[in-house]
Design a protein around this ligand. Structure first.
Ligand code: ZN
Length: 435
């Protein structure tokens, strides 16, 4: 993070960079390459720039076969070599890509580039969780959890031109091969599928949008442990949370990608329920690991709660200010589900602009709503019409937890009132000065 300035409205602006991006920013050949990608120059021109920047990129740690794959893509519009070489760059200190990409699972792609610099401390925690899939799954579902062959890695996004930059702070992860365009050979892209979590984006979002309200979060009668957590402890909490989040998408009676698109096809009908299921399951899994993780587990649980109750619920409440209802975004409505679930169970009270959580009651409320969701998913899994069952379950949960407001829903009045009185930024925009 380099510069941080208050932008107009309710949005903060953050500039991201890293050691390697700063070194590259001193090289005119790198800046030329970035400028031509930004201006959508013809691929022959970008290819010429790439050959001028080749030794600089090799020196920065980008592998030769990746640069060759990108050159093939620019020459022949066939991107399988590049995407496969990127998959093979797993774990490398610097990851670079240039080619057609998107900042979401589907939709049109556009030529862009990005630079990722690896976070030093997360690999051990990820592998500990990879080894705990069986234990967590048996305790929660009676069957092992899974990552479905995906490997989770933590990188900082330090330079971006095109889709990842345009997505502003809404893209916090990159899933291969889906975020790349122009490849055709699915069998070839099955190997080494990567889930790259963009640590500095998530962390900045926490620092700018969640942190300002952390003092107002009380767990039972004490302040949240987040108030005094060190940088390293917070980084560890993010690693635990986000790795478990990815594990849970791939676990349970109806994993996100197991069925032929049942959940994905339902879009915003079921998406926010899926995100709630996943984060609440990560919360419960942390409880299962508490014996060995101790306070690390509690800090990660409080981080999940803070991100939902202090940040994303505000996004959900602010997205449709004219309707004064809950805005349709995965992040926003997901936060509203957390608030409404805990509030309905009397585990959350909002008093004088601050939030008081009863920790034991919060656990019980989370377990209860998860039991409901999982029994719905188990039934949908064996039903002829899974999408309808899932859709009805989502409607039921909304009706129970939210208040009807015209065609839309709002938070229960006491919560709605609390969140409309808070004044803190709820959006973040990003720039990358090194490209
Ligand atoms: Zn998710």
């Amino acid at each position: 993070m380099l510069i941080d300035q208050q932008a107009p409205g309710n949005s903060v602006h953050v500039a991201l960079g890293g050691q390697v991006s700063r070194e590259l920013a001193e090289r005119p050949e790198w800046l030329r390459l970035c400028a031509d990608v930004r201006e959508s120059a013809p691929h022959e021109k970008i290819l010429e720039d790439l050959s001028h920047a080749r030794s600089t990129l090799l020196h920065a740690g980008v592998s030769e076969d990746l640069l060759n794959g990108i050159a093939t893509g620019l020459r022949h519009a066939s991107w399988d070599d590049a995407v496969e070489a990127f998959a093979r760059s797993q774990g490398q200190q610097v990851n670079f890509y240039l080619g057609p990409m998107r900042a979401a699972e589907a939709g049109p792609s556009k030529t862009g580039l990005f630079l990722l610099e690896r976070r030093p401390n997360s690999a051990e925690t990820v592998s500990m969780l990879e080894q705990a899939t069986e234990r967590i799954g048996k305790a929660m579902f009676g069957a092992p959890c899974s990552f479905m062959g995906r490997h989770v890695e933590f990188y900082d996004l330090t330079a971006a031109v095109g889709p990842l930059a345009d997505a502003r702070a809404s893209a916090i992860a990159l899933f291969t091969p889906f975020y790349f365009g122009g490849w055709t050979d699915s069998a070839r892209q099955q190997e080494n599928r990567r889930s790259l979590l963009l640590h500095n984006v998530v962390r900045s979002r926490f620092e700018r949008l969640t942190r300002p309200l952390v003092d107002g979060l009380h767990i039972d009668s004490r302040p949240s442990a987040l108030c005094d957590a060190s940088d390293e402890e917070l980084e560890d909490a993010f690693t635990l949370w986000l790795t478990l989040h990815e594990m849970m998408h791939a676990s349970g009676p109806m994993p996100l990608f197991a069925e032929p698109g049942h959940k994905l096809d339902l879009g915003m009908d079921y998406g926010p329920i899926e995100e709630m299921r996943v984060d609440m399951s990560a919360f419960i899994a942390l409880g299962i690991l508490e014996g060995e993780l101790g306070e690390r587990a509690t800090l990660a649980q409080e981080l999940i709660v803070a991100e939902r109750l202090l940040r994303s619920i505000r996004v959900g409440n602010a997205l449709a200010p004219e309707a004064n209802g809950i805005g349709k975004s995965l992040d926003g409505e997901h936060g509203c589900f957390w608030g409404a679930t805990l509030h309905a169970a009397d585990a959350l009270r909002a008093v004088d602009g601050e939030i008081y959580l009863a920790w034991k009651e919060a656990h019980a409320a989370i377990r209860e709503v998860l039991t409901e969701i999982y029994s719905g998913e188990a039934a949908a899994r064996v039903a002829n019409d899974a999408p309808t069952l899932l859709k009805n379950k989502a409607a039921q949960i909304r009706q129970r937890l939210f208040t009807k407001k015209g065609e839309d829903y709002a938070l229960p009045a006491a919560l709605d009132d609390h969140y409309h009185r808070l004044h803190a930024p709820d959006r973040m925009s990003l720039t990358f000065p090194d490209c």
